[in-house]
Write a protein of this length. Structure first.
Length: 173
């Protein structure tokens, strides 16, 4: 990765719990654009990826037309029999990393690692306290690679945050 080219990818959990995440994500993307980032790579597995793609498209189509959006396809099921992309990705560039040799349960993880290898920064939504998480694995990999990391996750996003054990028990009665 050369210093003058800034590329950003998105890593996040399949489920997004934060109510204000779209505003935070928009602000983070604009901040990266203003610092010289011109290319964004988005996955296709979950709410965070869908939201990142939506925000990037909105910014490209309104005020930031000079950004490049790529979608990392991890499954040939996203391509129809004639080789054309399904409609959700016809307005963006697509990339498919070499993940065929990986076990099917690791293909998203391997794809995330390859996205990270092609970037110098990530905007993520990752609960670092999660026991097992592909997003957490990807975040650790990005940290080892020395990428700039913006994590939009906050502990307050958890639905039971701040509740006492008695309140939680009452909730589940």
């Amino acid at each position: 990765m050369t210093e003058n080219k800034k590329h950003c990818c998105f890593i996040g959990h399949r489920q997004v719990l934060a109510k204000d995440i779209e505003d935070k994500l928009t602000a983070a993307i604009i901040s990266e654009i203003e610092s010289g980032c011109s290319s964004f790579i988005v996955g296709t597995h979950g709410e965070y990826d869908e939201l990142a793609l939506k925000v990037c498209r909105r910014l490209r189509d309104t005020e930031r037309g000079d950004i490049r959006i790529q979608v990392a396809i991890t499954s040939l099921n996203r391509i129809n029999k004639r080789g054309a992309l399904y409609a959700p990705y016809c307005d963006v560039d697509t990339v498919m990393y070499a993940i065929e040799d990986a076990h099917y349960k690791r293909q998203i993880t391997v794809s995330n690692m390859q996205m990270i290898d092609n970037c110098d920064r990530i905007i993520c939504y990752v609960n670092t306290a999660a026991y097992r998480s592909g997003a957490k694995t990807a975040l650790r990999y990005a940290q080892k690679q020395g990428l700039k990391i913006v994590n939009l996750y906050r502990e307050q996003d958890q639905p039971l945050y701040g509740m006492t054990m008695e309140q939680i028990k009452e909730l589940y009665k």
